[in-house]
Structures are given as C-alpha cells and as structure tokens.
Design a protein around this ligand. Structure first.
Ligand code: C2E
Ligand code: MG
Ligand code: MG
Ligand code: MG
Length: 287
C-alpha cells in the first residue's frame, strides 16, 4: 500500500522518488500477475476444492464438511482465499467461480457423503445477478445431493446491501430446505437486525473469540455464552470455528456449541481424502 511504501522510504532515509516509484511498480506488477492468474483459472476452472470436517460437539462425529476454495500461482504456491476472493468479486468473476464451487461440491458430496452436511461459502455479490437460485437448483438436480443437507454460509458484512431482492432469494433458498449460516459471527456490522430479518439457521462464532479463550478466558467465555443464548432464543444452532485444542473443544461443547470446526479435528483436505473416510469399503474397492 502506498502509505506503507512511503513510510518505508522515509524511514530508511532514502529521499529519491525512484525508490517510491519502484515499490509502487512492484505492487502493480503483483496485482496484475494475480489478476491474470485469476482470470485464467476462472476460464479453465483451474481451482481445487478442499473439505474441512464439521464435528458434533457432543460426540466428535464428523457430521459434514465445509468446502474451501483453493488456487495456486504459476509456481504451484497457494494464493490465500482472503486475497483472491475479494479480487474475484471486484473483477466480476465471483459468479462463475461460485457456480463452479457449487457444482463441484454438490457432485463430490453426492458421491462420497450424501448423508452429511455440505457447507458452501457464498459471497454476497452472488446475490446481485439474481442467478444464484437457479445455479443452486441446477446443481442439486444434476448431482442428486439433497437440499436439506446443504448449508450456505454468508458473512455478516456481505448483507449490508439491504434489498428486497436479497430477502426474496433468501426466502426461496429456505423454502427449498437449504440452511443458512452466518459466518464469522461477531466480526461484522448490523448483525442483530440481519439475524432477525433473514432467519438464519446457524451462527458460526468467529475464530477470534475461540482463540481469545486462551488469552482472555473470562471475557471470551462470556461472549460465547451470550452468543449461544442469543442463538437459542432465536432458534439458531451454533458452530465454533477455529478449534485448535482439546481444551477449547471440551469447553465449547459444554458452553452449547453443537458443531465444532478447526485444526484440532482436521484441516481442509482434498476430496479423495474425505472419500477414503466416508465411502463404504466395497465401493472403495470397486474404484
Ligand atoms: P471461512 O468461511 O470462515 O472459513 C474458515 C477459514 O478458517 C478457512 O480459511 C480455514 O482453512 C480456516 N480454519 C479452519 N480451522 C482453523 C483453525 O483451527 N485455525 C486457523 N487458524 N484457521 C482455521 P481459508 O480456506 O483460507 O478461507 C478463508 C475465507 O475465504 C473463508 O473463511 C471464506 O470466507 C472464504 N472462502 C473460502 N472458500 C470460498 C468459496 O468457495 N467462496 C467464497 N465466496 N468464499 C470462500
Ligand atoms: Mg465459511
Ligand atoms: Mg467462517
Ligand atoms: Mg472465519
């Protein structure tokens, strides 16, 4: 960013504009390379989906998976979704990418874990074209994955755009039997009014509150208890994200989170890894 580049120049005592210009050029070159990579990947569907287990708070059973999108650069190095998803939104590529995610995830899960929950992240930008409902319907029809096992995760901040069209699409999804989860709960804006308005089925407590259990145990415990209470009053279930230790898992389960997710239970892995866990041995043997 420009301020950081400028600061760097000042702090290092160099006073020529060449340095500043060079660093800005480097930024622009990087962004251009990323844009090119993203456009090409979108055109060629050159992404991967990984699947992270969702685990029952009481018994630790895998109840489903969250699909997480993966993109690599030309050298095969991973590019974080936090970098390329916002860019895809900005470049108008997120509809095509989102369609690929929905098609691929439902097909994969229909084959290897039809009886478990599939959670898919949806960008709020995907509500703008008005195509989302048809994309989801087509994917469910083509794959045979049951709508009642599909959960769409939306982040709070995305819902800022307050339109009747978004409301209608959300109602339609709910009528289809699809569950709606509010992702990263506690980090965005206006959460209460949206929870009430759209009738979310699940709240995913943001990882930062789970992480904070270690550093500010009393405070974060109170926040989590309050979110669980809020959820139960409004008829919502609660997932805790970013569970990394057995101690966190035990506490979160006691506090009333019915689903847990995090590195303690498993990282996001390619589809063949989940197939190996979920497919009956006779199907695995057959190929
Ligand atoms: P998210 O939906 O909140 O997904 C959870 C993120 O936390 C994932 O990062 C996951 O790898 C990471 N995570 C899970 N457990 C742990 C843990 O115990 N510790 C830590 N430190 N991290 C954990 P990832 O895969 O980098 O995805 C980042 C975000 O990118 C996602 O956050 C989601 O908002 C977005 N995203 C990913 N895939 C898609 C997609 O297909 N479509 C859209 N629209 N967004 C996506
Ligand atoms: Mg998510
Ligand atoms: Mg999340
Ligand atoms: Mg998160």
């Amino acid at each position: 960013n420009a301020d950081a580049a400028l600061y760097h120049v000042k702090a290092s005592g160099r006073n020529d504009f060449a340095v500043y210009g060079k660093e800005m050029g480097e930024e622009r070159r990087k962004r251009h390379a990323l844009e090119t990579r993203l456009r090409k990947a979108t055109a060629e569907c050159d992404f991967e989906l990984h699947y992270q287990p969702l685990v029952g708070g009481k018994d630790g059973e895998v109840i489903g998976y969250e699909a997480l999108l993966r993109l690599s650069d030309e050298k095969g190095e991973p590019i974080p979704p936090s970098i390329f998803i916002p860019l895809a939104e900005e470049l108008g590529l997120i509809d095509d990418i989102g369609r690929w995610v929905i098609n691929t995830a439902t097909q994969t899960m229909a084959l290897c874990a039809k009886d478990r929950t599939l959670a898919i992240n949806i960008s709020t930008v995907q509500f703008q074209s008005g195509e989302l409902i048809n994309i989801v319907k087509d994917a469910l029809r083509a794959s045979g994955f049951p709508a009642r096992h599909l959960e769409l995760e939306i982040t709070e901040s995305l819902l800022l755009e307050d339109s009747t069209s978004v409301e209608m699409q959300i109602d339609t999804l709910k009528d289809m039997g699809i569950a709606l989860a509010m992702d990263d709960f506690g980090t965005g804006f206006s959460s209460l009014s949206y929870l009430w308005k759209y009738g979310f089925d699940r709240l995913k407590i943001d990882r930062s509150f789970v992480t904070a259990l270690e550093y500010h145990p009393d405070r974060s415990r109170e926040i989590i208890e309050t979110v669980v209470l809020l959820g139960s009053k409004l008829g919502m279930k609660i997932t805790a994200e970013g569970v990394e230790t057995a101690a966190q898992a035990d506490l979160l389960s006691v506090l009333g989170c019915d689903v847990l997710q995090g590195y303690h239970f498993g990282l996001a892995r390619p589809a063949d890894v989940i197939a190996a866990h979920t497919l009956p041995d006779n199907i695995k043997a057959a190929g």
